[in-house]
Design a binder for this molecule. Structure first.
Ligand SMILES: [Zn+2]
Ligand SMILES: [Zn+2]
Ligand SMILES: [Zn+2]
Length: 81
């Protein structure tokens, strides 16, 4: 039995390098924070300028990709290189 290097396989992404975005769960879009997903400005009732009225906005965490780079991979990549 060879001693297993705990960093050989990333426990977070299994060496996929990317994981599902925790902010939007891979949906790529999140509820607009400005209007809370209603699409309307809370004070004026006018169309929300942030999301254009659909109550959804592109997830900034993953830039609308739905995945983010695995945060645990940096050390793993170094050791695996
Ligand atoms: Zn996201
Ligand atoms: Zn909005
Ligand atoms: Zn990883």
């Amino acid at each position: 039995m060879t001693a297993e290097d705990p960093f050989t396989t990333c426990p977070t992404c299994h060496n996929n390098e990317y994981i599902e975005c925790p902010e939007c769960q891979g949906e790529r879009i999140v509820h607009c924070l400005l209007c809370n997903g209603t699409g309307k400005n809370r004070e004026t009732g006018a169309r929300c300028l942030q999301c254009g009225g659909d109550g959804k906005t592109r997830c900034l965490r993953c830039n609308g990709v739905g995945e983010i780079r695995c945060p645990d991979c940096r050390s793993a990549r170094v050791l695996g290189a």
